[in-house]
Each structure stands twice: as structure tokens, then as C-alpha cells.
Design a protein around this ligand. Structure first.
Ligand SMILES: [Zn+2]
Length: 237
């Protein structure tokens, strides 16, 4: 194969390797972002449960306070009963006592209901905490994995760039400019093989004359349809 063509094939392979780093890094970042999203969801759920439990506990203590007040009130009423002077007064005290007792019943029922809520929320809280901790661990693991993967990608990238620099240093500026011009639109398919007499860039059949020139490999031949640089792959060993 023509030396210049050979260099172009090599350069195109190196450029492909360089472009492949992008999706690899994106994939790693996606994995971390996914773990971070899960952690945030777990955090929100946990916060929500903590708030709901606190609210129920606050309501419960308000009822406890109210019960203590009612108990004092009932004691007062009992004291007043001893000093009753009229039937009217007695009825008024009886009514007051009944109201107090009703309020006591209501608060006791509420405390019972809130206790059930607190108990069930506590169960969910344990679960939510476990979820959050697991999510947190996944984030940490993802961070460690990313650090080591990025390190190896950086090493690979440095070696690929060194390879490219060395190759480009040996190439003619004219050919490089020609290649870069095609690469602008053809991206990673600026240099493509010919298989079954078809260009592997545009997949169209090339004429016999061009095909013969490609097989010879003496000149740099471009596809008559799309303009990509063509080459005949080395026979598989
Ligand atoms: Zn083509």
C-alpha cells in the first residue's frame, strides 16, 4: 500500500479511538448521575416521613397537654360541687363536667389514633433509612469506580494522542489538509474500506476503474459518489 494511504488509514483509526473516549466518559457520568438521582429521591422520602412523624408527635403532645388541663378542670369542678347553693348551679357544673369528659374522650381517642400513625411511620422510617443508606453507598461506589476509570481513560488518551502526534509529524501537510477537509463532514468515516466493490462510507458500488485503482493501492483514491478516501483492507491472516 502507498505510504501516504497507509498513514491516512492509521490516522483515521487513531481519530476514531479519540472520538470513542467521549461516549465512554458520558456512560460513566450517566452511571453517577443515576446513583445521585436515586439518593436524592431516597432523601426526599426520608425527609417527608421524618416531617410526618414529627407532626404526629407534636399533635400527640398537644393532646397530652390538653388532657392535663382537663384533669385540673375536673378537679376544680369536684371542689365546687361541695359548695353548690342552687340547682341551677349544680346543672351548670354537671354540664361543664360532661363537656370536659367528652373532650377527654376525644383527646384519648386522638392519642390512640396518633400512636398507630407514629408506629407505622416508624416502620416506614426504618425502611427509608435503609434505602437512603444503600443509595448513599451506591453513590460512593460509583465515585470510586469513576475515579479509577477516568484515570485509565486519561492514560489511554495520553498514549493515543502521543501516537497521533508522532504520526502527524511524519505526514505531509497537503495530505493532512485533504484528510481534515473530508473529516469535517464525514467525521469518523473519512477513510473507509472497499468491500465487495462498494464504498463502506456511502455503501454505493464503485466503478471498475476506481476499484482497480483501489486494489492497486498506489494512489490515494476517493469514492466517486461521496468523496471519502478508499482503501483495500489487508487480507485477514
Ligand atoms: Zn462513497
Amino acid at each position: 500500500m502507498n505510504k501516504y494511504l497507509n498513514q491516512l488509514v492509521q490516522l483515521s483509526t487513531i481519530d476514531q479511538e479519540i472520538d470513542d473516549f467521549g461516549p465512554r466518559i458520558e456512560k460513566i457520568e450517566r452511571a453517577l448521575n443515576g446513583a445521585l438521582d436515586t439518593k436524592q429521591e431516597a432523601q426526599l422520602k426520608l425527609d417527608e416521613l421524618v416531617t410526618q412523624t414529627k407532626e404526629a408527635q407534636l399533635k400527640r403532645s398537644q393532646h397530652e397537654l390538653h388532657l392535663a388541663e382537663l384533669s385540673d378542670k375536673i378537679k376544680d369542678i369536684a371542689k365546687k360541687v361541695g359548695a353548690i347553693k342552687s340547682e341551677k348551679e349544680q346543672k351548670a357544673l354537671q354540664l361543664e363536667e360532661e363537656i370536659c369528659k367528652e373532650q377527654c374522650d376525644f383527646s384519648n381517642e386522638e392519642i390512640e389514633r396518633l400512636d398507630k400513625i407514629i408506629e407505622s411511620k416508624n416502620g416506614y422510617l426504618e425502611e427509608a433509612k435503609a434505602h437512603f443508606e444503600a443509595a448513599e453507598q451506591k453513590v460512593e461506589a460509583a465515585k470510586v469506580a469513576i475515579a479509577s476509570e477516568m484515570e485509565s481513560i486519561d492514560k489511554e488518551r495520553a498514549s493515543v494522542y502521543a501516537k497521533k502526534e508522532q504520526l502527524v509529524g511524519q505526514m505531509s501537510q497537503k495530505i493532512l489538509t485533504f484528510y481534515e477537509k473530508i473529516r469535517k463532514w464525514a467525521k469518523n468515516t473519512a477513510v473507509v474500506p472497499v468491500r465487495k466493490q462498494a464504498c463502506y462510507g456511502c455503501f454505493m458500488r464503485i466503478n471498475d476503474k476506481t476499484y482497480a485503482a483501489v486494489l492497486k493501492g498506489e494512489d490515494i483514491v476517493t469514492c466517486p459518489h461521496c468523496g471519502r478516501i478508499l482503501y483495500k483492507e489487508a487480507e485477514a491472516v
